[in-house]
Design a protein around this ligand. Structure first.
Ligand code: DER
Length: 221
């Protein structure tokens, strides 16, 4: 998809030799990983850390050096997609089920560059059901606490089975409708025992690159 590809390739301009780069997850990040591989073949010297097994396998297949997170102190730039981006560059992420590792990488990145096609832009977050990662233990009770915050929580199913994240947890998709205060809700959700992390990324993006089907991009940072 052209819009995702041009946004992703524009983000790779943030990557310079000597950097440690965080690799996002999803179909937009896929294009960024391919562009990084192209530049590595042209002589770019970087090391990367991956936000999912899926992205790690793709990077290794393409010849991109991937290191374990235990070997690094900080990340120079992470590049990742989003399911929704609002006017304040707050995000909903987690459509691909990788939100926990994605948020950890973003939190330890000097620059967190978000890439998306124009369809992800919203005035207010919440049309996309908010992904929340929870531990399987007593998940039904955790669902009750999520419901009490004003959503309809649904445990994600993949190929007919309960989806299990790279971390061995469940993902619950929570339809809140319009989210009035994303930062407050992000904290409220994470205060629930049993919740590991949620897909609200508020105040984390240092740059947002939107791709359009007419071949243009718009960058804000
Ligand atoms: O799971 C995720 O957070 C992904 O980054 C997702 O939000 C974006 O996926 P896409 O690039 O395939 O639309």
């Amino acid at each position: 998809m052209l819009a995702k590809k041009i946004a992703a390739e524009a983000a790779v301009e943030f990557v310079q030799s000597g950097m440690t780069v965080g690799l996002g997850t999803g179909s937009t990040a896929y294009y960024a990983i391919h562009k990084i591989a192209e530049r590595v073949k042209e002589g770019l010297h970087i090391r990367t850390v991956a936000s999912s097994r899926q992205s790690e396998e793709l990077a290794l297949q393409l010849g991109i050096p991937v290191v374990p997170l235990s070997g690094i102190q900080e990340i120079d730039v992470s590049i990742d997609g989003a399911d929704e981006v609002d006017a304040n560059y707050n995000l909903i992420k987690g459509g691909g089920g990788a939100l926990l590792r994605e948020k950890i990488l973003a939190a330890h990145s000097k620059q967190f560059v978000v890439i998306a096609d124009e369809s992800k832009q919203v005035d207010r977050l919440g049309k996309f059901p908010l992904p929340v990662e929870i531990v399987p233990f007593a998940f039904n009770l955790t669902l009750l606490k999520l419901k009490a915050l004003g959503c309809e929580p649904v445990v994600r199913i993949a190929d007919g089975n309960t989806f299990i994240s790279d971390n061995g947890n469940y993902i619950v998709d929570c339809a809140f409708g319009t989210i009035e205060d994303p930062a407050a809700l992000e904290q409220q959700i994470n205060a629930i025992p049993g919740v590991v992390e949620n897909g609200l990324f508020t105040g984390m993006a240092s740059a947002v690159i939107i791709g359009y089907e007419d071949g243009t991009t718009r960058r804000t940072d």
